[in-house]
Design a protein around this ligand. Structure first.
Ligand SMILES: [Zn+2]
Length: 122
């Protein structure tokens, strides 16, 4: 699996390598290598879990694909990755801003619309 984080890390590393020639900061080099190793370990775990779920028929491939799209779109952008939602949620009743992902308004208790819940795969 080739993740966006790995691509970004590699791109940063590649730029540093080119600009600094052989004098690439060794701390930067080891940080990038460490990050790549962590990503590869996470890829292994994710692939193992997915293969196990498919093999044991806990989920079907189509079902996984539907959920993948659903989870991808939770951050508002269908781009093959998930980013933390940092936008505040405005209350429909009192108009005050609440923390991202809040379920109820912290000021008036109004239920905040969880629009994505209606799109959840069956
Ligand atoms: Zn409110």
């Amino acid at each position: 699996m080739y993740t966006a984080a790995a691509a970004a890390a590699y791109h940063a590393y590649d730029n540093i390598s080119r600009n600094a020639g052989s004098s690439v900061d060794t701390q930067t080099r080891s940080s990038v290598q460490e990050l790549n190793v962590r990503i590869e370990k996470q890829d292994l775990i994710i692939q193992t879990l997915l293969m196990l779920l498919l093999e044991k028929k806990v989920i079907h491939e189509d079902e996984f694909r539907d959920w993948l799209i659903y989870v991808d779109e939770l951050d508002g952008v269908r781009d093959g990755r998930v980013r933390a939602n940092k936008a505040p949620t405005a209350c429909p009743k009192c108009s005050r801003n609440n923390s991202p992902g809040a379920v109820k308004c912290q000021y008036c208790g109004e239920e905040l619309e969880q629009e994505f819940l209606s799109r959840r795969p069956q």
